[in-house]
Design a protein around this ligand. Structure first.
Ligand SMILES: [Zn+2]
Length: 62
C-alpha cells in the first residue's frame, strides 16, 4: 500500500491523517519538498522553521 501523505498548512508536518496530529491545523495534498527531522534539538532546519518535534515535513504547503 502506498502511503499518501499530506502537509499541514500550519507547521508543515506530513501526515496520512485528515488533520494535523501535532497542531490540529488544516492539511493539504498540494505540497512540495520533503525532509525528516530526527533530532529537532540539533537541527538547524528545525530551529529556522520553529519545529519542536521530530517527524516528516514538507518544505512548502499550499
Ligand atoms: Zn500542524
Amino acid at each position: 500500500m502506498v502511503e499518501i501523505l499530506k502537509g499541514c498548512k500550519e507547521c508543515q508536518a506530513l501526515t496520512e491523517l485528515n488533520k494535523c496530529p501535532h497542531c490540529g491545523g488544516k492539511i493539504s495534498s498540494d505540497w512540495s519538498g520533503y525532509f525528516v527531522i530526527i533530532d529537532h534539538t540539533r537541527s538547524r532546519i528545525a530551529k529556522k522553521m520553529a519545529i519542536n518535534f521530530n517527524g516528516k515535513f514538507a518544505l512548502k504547503v499550499r
